[in-house]
Design a binder for this molecule. Structure first.
Ligand code: ZN
Length: 300
């Protein structure tokens, strides 16, 4: 995964506040943060009174410790049993980007995966005919992708110094919820995309039915087990972030509803709740209340 730590404002704020990661909304809102009714191990989640973004009240030290979880040589290579599912889901997303791009650029289209880990998405993109490359800060995972033959820059996105308008598609999956400075990352993605290029991003939906029911019991809020989830978007706050960075939301979809994690209830209760979640998944998708959110943003 890729994390942009190059944010002077956050550093200054953290010093003033006794090292808390967020003192202000990282989406640039001016209003204060208030405590929400959801309390985690690190303290209550903070809510931006302007855009509704939910933010961890963890310290910078807790955040950096949680991020270290990702630097393994396996990175995010899917387990054997979920590899077919990963390929299917990734193909669907990339084919959707191809449809949105139409005939804007001659093939092969250039794709950059930000936070490419060990290169699982790059492999799928390559099979679909893209010319893929990646950026990854975790050195062991980046080396695995490089050994597989992919062009991967090991470091932060802005350090790679890509030329303006280098890519047709930029992807950032399961990334922005880890960032303390998402504005700088999205602005850089905007700069390196070609005009009308597509940025695909996914992140948990904090305005989902899952969060409404499970609240602090939802694993998505767990800082350490999720490797540094600190910033929780809704469809509205994601559109707000996109607009500030020069993107328009071309397509936004949410999927899946869950009422308990498998480790929290008995197997029988879990199966019943799982069926209920499956029944509600279609209305949740129609109303943007699923907990997996995927957005296709177009460079304006
Ligand atoms: Zn805000």
């Amino acid at each position: 995964m890729h994390v942009d730590k190059n944010d002077d404002r956050s550093s200054v704020s953290a010093t003033i506040s006794g090292d808390r990661l967020f003192d202000r909304c990282p989406l640039g809102c001016r209003d204060d943060l208030q405590t929400s009714a959801i309390t985690l191990t690190e303290g209550p989640l903070l809510r931006c009174t302007m855009c509704g973004q939910l933010l961890s009240s963890c310290t910078r030290g807790q955040y950096e410790l949680a991020l270290k979880k990702w630097d393994t040589s396996n990175g995010t290579i899917p387990e054997v049993q979920s590899a077919a599912r990963f390929q299917q889901v990734t193909e669907r997303r990339l084919r959707c980007a191809l449809r949105l791009l139409g005939r804007l650029s001659p093939p092969p289209l250039r794709l950059l995966d930000v936070g490419c880990s060990s290169g699982a998405l790059l492999a799928v993109a390559s099979r679909l005919g893209f010319s893929p490359s990646g950026v990854e800060i975790a050195s062991k995972a980046a080396e695995t992708a490089q050994r597989a033959g992919f062009e991967v820059f090991c470091g932060l996105l802005h350090e790679a110094r890509f030329a303006d308008e280098s890519f047709d598609v930029v992807t950032a999956f399961e990334l922005i919820e880890h960032l303390n400075a998402p504005l700088s990352l999205l602005s850089e993605c905007h700069r390196i995309l070609k005009s009308e290029g597509v940025f695909i991003v996914n992140t948990p939906n904090a305005a989902s039915w899952t969060v409404g029911v499970m609240r602090e019991c939802w694993d998505g809020f767990n800082l350490s087990s999720m490797g540094g989830h600190v910033s929780f978007f809704s469809p509205q706050s994601l559109a707000n972030l996109a607009g500030q960075c020069g993107f328009r939301v071309e397509r936004l979809e949410t999927r899946r509803v869950r009422f308990a994690e498998s480790h929290q209830v008995s197997p029988v209760v879990y199966r019943v709740l799982k069926v209920m979640g499956e029944v509600l998944s279609i209305p949740a998708s129609l109303l943007n209340k699923g907990h997996d959110m995927l957005a296709f943003l177009r460079k304006m």
